[in-house]
Design a protein around this ligand. Structure first.
Ligand code: MN
Length: 258
């Protein structure tokens, strides 16, 4: 069982190391890390096509070695699966992101799109994110979320995932004995509070910054947001088919004949 661990926060991020250390404990697991050499958070699903990609070896704080690439998270997965790593990859686990990826976040998330890239290549993908409370200062404790990531990975190894499906795992910021349990959920509704900030640069030209408060969400039963807000680990099966199936018949009745 050859498992690729990656992330979108960069190869030196503590969430990646915590996850890799825990995934290494899976029986018969061989773990390889190939992650971006910088932070690609909120980069969405990227395929770098117009510049070359480099891969180098780096040493992590625990003395293990990892590969780092100047590509995006999804590029890292593609590189690994297309042959940069000689040995076939059986599972991709991405994270641990320091912030939750729930609701519409999944379309922005580098963490989640790394798992989606694995799915496109026919390999099961899991994304793991931690709901660090707003305003939290200091170094997060990733260990409980890493243990959840390992549990989910073990389940995926045992059961497999249907074609085209990945798992998006969001973990509340709690200790092991504080989790209320694990819940299978659907995507909830994020509420973004983005604001346009306009200032002038030193030469008097305007520049723009998308600022504002961090997003909140509608805490609805059955959703990722509802579960995490209630203290449950949320596991959402994601598919790449974004078709709005329920709208197709109405759309068909529009006037398409002229
Ligand atoms: Mn990130």
């Amino acid at each position: 069982m050859h498992i690729l661990v990656t992330n979108d926060d960069g190869v030196t991020a503590p969430g990646l190391l915590a996850l890799a250390q825990e995934i290494r404990k899976i029986e018969d697991a061989e773990v390889t890390i190939l992650a971006p050499d910088r932070n690609w958070s909120a980069s969405g699903h990227v395929k770098t096509m117009h510049r070359p990609l480099r891969v180098k070896t780096v040493e992590l704080p625990d003395g293990t070695s990892a590969f780092a690439s100047d590509g995006a998270p999804s590029d890292c997965v593609a590189l690994a699966l297309l042959g940069v790593l000689d040995k076939k990859i059986d599972l991709v686990v991405s994270g641990i992101n320091p912030h939750a990826n729930m609701g519409h976040d999944v379309t922005y998330s580098g963490t989640v799109t790394a798992a989606m890239e694995a799915t496109i290549e026919g390999v099961p993908g899991i994304a793991v994110s931690l709901e660090t409370p707003d305003g939290f200062r200091g170094q997060q404790d990733y260990a409980p979320a890493a243990r959840i990531g390992r549990r989910v990975a073990e389940q995926v190894i045992q059961h497999g995932l249907p074609k085209g499906t990945s798992l998006n795992v969001n973990v509340p910021y709690l200790q092991d004995d504080e989790f209320k349990g694990l819940r299978v959920t659907r995507q909830g509704l994020r509420v973004y509070r983005d604001e346009l900030i306009q200032r002038d640069d030193p030469r008097g030209r305007p520049y723009y910054w998308i600022g504002g408060e961090p997003p909140t969400g509608v805490s609805e039963d059955g959703t990722d947001i509802g579960a995490v807000y209630d203290g449950y680990v949320s596991i959402t099966p994601l598919q790449l088919d974004l078709t709005a199936h329920q709208f197709m018949s109405e759309l068909n009745e529009w006037d398409w004949q002229n």
